[in-house]
Design a protein around this ligand. Structure first.
Ligand SMILES: Cc1ncc(COP(=O)(O)O)c(C=O)c1O
Length: 219
C-alpha cells in the first residue's frame, strides 16, 4: 500500500496498522515495511524510527531503500534525519550515487547473514566447496543472491573509500545539501522580485520550486 507523500507519520502509522489488519483478515500475509532514506524527486526521508516500530510491532521485515540517501549517515549534520535506519533488517544503497563510485556499485546490507544465505545458497555440482587451505569455507556469489557471475564492484568502492575516506565523503554530502539550501534562498529572493506565487523547498540535496503565474502552474 502506498500513501501520499504529504500525510503525517501519525496518520501513516494508523493507516499502516489498519491496512495490515485488513490484509490479514482477508487471508493475505503482509511481509515487509519499506521506508525511504531519500527520494529522487524531492529528497524526502521517511520517519524511519516510526516505520521500524510498526515493523517490530507487526513482526514484519523492515527494509530501507537507501539507494540515494543511506550514505548521508557519513555526514554528521544530515545523519540524524536517518534515525531508525540502524533498526533495518536490510538496507539497499548505491555507492554510484552520493558515494562517488563510477557506475554501477549497488549494495545490500542484511542484518541476519545466516538467514540470507539459507534463503539463496544454491549448491551446484560444478562449484567446488573447499574444505582446506585459504579458500576453505569460502562462499560463491550465488550463495548471496541469484547471480553467479558478477563484476568486481567491491574493488572500485574499496579504492574510493581508501582514497577519499568517509570523512571527506560525508563533507561532500553536507556540501551538496548546503548547495540545495543556497538555491532555495536564491529562489526565495527571486520570488520577492518577480510577480506570481513561488513555492520552494530544499530537502537533502534536492531543491524543488513551483512558480504559479495567473492561475497556471509551472514546475
Ligand atoms: C531511491 C531509489 N531507489 C532505488 C533506485 C534503484 O537503484 P538501482 O538503479 O541502483 O538499482 C534508485 C535509482 O535511482 C533510487 O533513486
Amino acid at each position: 500500500m502506498s500513501f501520499p507523500s504529504t500525510i503525517c507519520i501519525k496518520s501513516i502509522s494508523t493507516r499502516s496498522t489498519r491496512a495490515i489488519a485488513q490484509d490479514r483478515n482477508a487471508g493475505l500475509a503482509p511481509l515487509l515495511v519499506v521506508g525511504t532514506a531519500g527520494t529522487v524527486d524531492t529528497g524526502a526521508v521517511d520517519d524511519l524510527a516510526s516505520l521500524a516500530a510498526i515493523a517490530a510491532r507487526e513482526k514484519l521485515w523492515f527494509h530501507v531503500d537507501g539507494a540515494i540517501g543511506a550514505l548521508a549517515i557519513l555526514a554528521p549534520d544530515i545523519a540524524p534525519r536517518l534515525a531508525g535506519i540502524e533498526q533495518a533488517d536490510s538496507i539497499a544503497l548505491d555507492f554510484h550515487k552520493w558515494g562517488q563510485v563510477p557506475y554501477d556499485a549497488g549494495f545490500i546490507l542484511v542484518r541476519d547473514g545466516t538467514l540470507h544465505r539459507d534463503m539463496f545458497a544454491s549448491p551446484a555440482a560444478y562449484l567446488r566447496r573447499e574444505t582446506r587451505g585459504l579458500a576453505a569455507g569460502a562462499l560463491w556469489p550465488c550463495d548471496f543472491g541469484p547471480d553467479l557471475s558478477r563484476g568486481f564492484r567491491a574493488l572500485k568502492t574499496w579504492f574510493t573509500l581508501k582514497v577519499y575516506g568517509t570523512e571527506a565523503l560525508g563533507a561532500m554530502i553536507s556540501r551538496t545539501c548546503e548547495l540545495a539550501r543556497y538555491l532555495e534562498i536564491k529562489i526565495a529572493t527571486a520570488a520577492q522580485v518577480h510577480a506570481g506565487r513561488l513555492e520552494h523547498r530544499a530537502r537533502h540535496d534536492v531543491c524543488r520550486a513551483r512558480h504559479a503565474v495567473a492561475g497556471a502552474a509551472r514546475a
